[in-house]
Write a protein that binds this ligand. Structure first.
Ligand code: ATP
Ligand code: AMO
Length: 475
């Protein structure tokens, strides 16, 4: 019939075919057989080819010689088994094959064995580079099949939620004439006789869609950062999930929408991708992701106070270091039992030029970050919608006004108050499925050490199908 294409994961057991093993008594029991494990994406099943009325010895021999990872078609029937086959996802049936066709043969020697790559705690044995150098084989593990289904879920539930709330999806240029986030972290490309940049974010265009009266927009697309950061959570190209909306009275309307959206994403991942989450858990230890409904919102000041109460030496308006963020995540988990929280009202000095200063105190701003397990996954803010203030802020931050003229001008013809945010897709997947081993933090312990321990097993390259970092520009 029309069997779907499947792969043979394990080489059929040749020893069974060894003539010396075929004693007369066994011969009567038709031991001319070979076993395979067949795999189709995340499902595996045991299959066997066994000499019988419809199967010749040659067929068994041919089947036994098929290279691992070849694509085959089989015809046969399924039989229930007496004992559960623990190693296969379809553990209560096996396939008895009568016909086997090789659709596409794999090379006899594989640079990476799937059954090795999927074993728990193999990260020390098969290092990240070996995996990434042989990425298409590595991606065939059930773990990776699950990870990228979870990541697709992150995008789907982001999109579903926003469409339900009357946001429209837009597509904006990735080749742009000015750095949108300011700073030097931008890739330059030659554009005929001119110079252009790869978009650091869709920031300016999503805001211009608001000034063009679209009211609520979102966009999903690659963004580029020329950051020479070889960390567990920085890529030079990543998936950006961005949204922007006009609001009526207060930017907290937007925080509420985004907080509620994350709850929608987390709930749907938990409920609809249970099997995938368990699959990943078999390779990487994990703790279920906890969240509150409605989401927990604290002010930056409250966050800093919590850190200070626990021995961190920092001023009110200092930026949060990575270890401090991680510690804050732990403290909030202990106090509120949530892995997700929102920090509101950041110091203005640490935010980009388009951020709305707090009208009551210019030291602060109407901006927020959102965190999963103590790592930033979203940055957002109310935006400056007054063109004069915007120009002033851009100048203060050293942004060249010449290049963002059309952006600033778009606020001259009536622009509503608006706010939004940008999410790092790979970070959400990474932190939701939690590829780190939970360690219990003791107050006296140095924060750097804790961070380092977390970094050991927790890496954004595990949730980027073909990651780009300062050292990797291929596969
Ligand atoms: P975003 O850029 O998304 O706001 P981020 O994590 O890149 O998020 P940054 O403000 O660039 O935010 O940096 C935040 C923290 O990340 C810094 O406090 C710093 O400790 C850490 N960090 C950034 N780059 C590096 C690096 N190359 N090595 C170690 N730590 C880094
Ligand atoms: P920001 O620069 O904080 O904000 O980026 C938004 C989110 O993107 C993720 N992120 C990254 N992920 C992987 N590798 C990187 N190098 C990297 N850098 C950032 C983080 C971060 O929270 N325009 C604003 C958003 C806004 O205000 O709407 C912006 O780009 O999860």
């Amino acid at each position: 019939g029309n069997m779907p294409m499947i792969r043979s994961t394990e080489r059929p057991d040749r020893t069974i075919l060894d003539l010396k093993d075929l004693t007369p008594s066994l011969k009567d029991k038709k031991v001319w057989q070979c076993f395979f494990v067949l795999r189709q994406q995340k499902w595996t099943i045991q299959a066997l080819v066994c000499v019988g009325p419809n199967v010749s010895k040659q067929m068994v021999k041919f089947s036994a010689g098929i290279n691992k990872e070849s694509i085959i078609d089989v015809e046969g029937f399924a039989r229930t088994v007496d004992q559960k086959i623990e190693s296969c996802s379809q553990h209560d049936v096996e396939l008895h094959c009568e016909q086997v066709w090789v659709v596409s043969s794999a090379a006899p020697r594989l640079p990476l064995l799937i059954e090795d790559a999927v074993r728990p705690e193999t990260d020390d044995v098969i290092n990240q580079d070996t995996r990434l150098d042989n990425r298409i084989l590595d991606l065939r593990t059930t773990t990776n099949q699950a990870i990228y289904r979870i990541e697709a879920g992150v995008c789907k539930y982001f999109r579903d939620y926003l469409m339900e709330k009357d946001f429209i999806e837009i597509h904006v240029p990735k080749i742009i004439s000015a750095a949108s986030e300011g700073g030097a972290n931008v890739f330059t490309v030659s554009y005929f006789k001119d110079k252009a940049y790869l978009a650091q974010s869709p920031q300016l265009y999503k805001q211009m869609a608001i000034t063009a009266d679209f009211d609520r927009v979102f966009t999903i697309g690659q963004v580029f950062r020329a950051e020479d950061s070889n960390t567990h959570r920085h890529l030079t190209e990543f998936g950006g999930l961005d949204l922007e909306m006009a609001f009526k009275f207060h930017y907290h309307e937007v925080i509420e929408v985004i907080g509620d959206m994350f709850v929608h994403i987390f709930k749907n991942l938990r409920d609809n991708l249970q099997e995938e989450i368990e699959t990943v858990g078999r390779q990487y230890k994990s703790e279920p992701f906890k969240f509150l409904e409605p989401s927990l919102v604290l002010t930056y000041k409250e966050g800093v106070r919590l850190l200070r109460d626990n021995g961190v030496d920092m001023g009110d308006e200092d930026d949060l270091s990575t270890p401090a963020e991680k510690l804050l995540g732990r403290l909030i988990k202990q106090k509120y039992d949530t892995d997700f929280f929102i920090l509101d009202k950041f110091p203005l000095a640490v935010r980009p030029f388009y951020t709305m200063p707090d009208p009551t105190d210019k030291k602060w701003s109407n901006s927020y970050d959102m965190f999963m397990r103590g790592e930033e996954i979203l940055s957002g803010a109310q935006r400056v919608h007054c063109p004069d203030l915007l120009s002033e802020r851009a100048k203060e931050k050293g942004v060249d006004l010449e290049h963002i003229k059309s952006y600033i001008d778009s606020f001259r013809y009536g622009a509503p108050p608006h706010a939004g945010g940008g999410i790092g897709m790979e970070r959400v997947t990474m932190l939701f499925i939690n590829t780190y081993i939970s360690i219990h933090f003791r107050y006296g312990e140095s924060m750097e050490r804790v961070t380092m321990l977390f970094l050991g097993l927790d890496n954004i390259r595990k949730t980027s199908m073909f990651p780009r970092d300062p050292k990797r520009l291929s596969t």
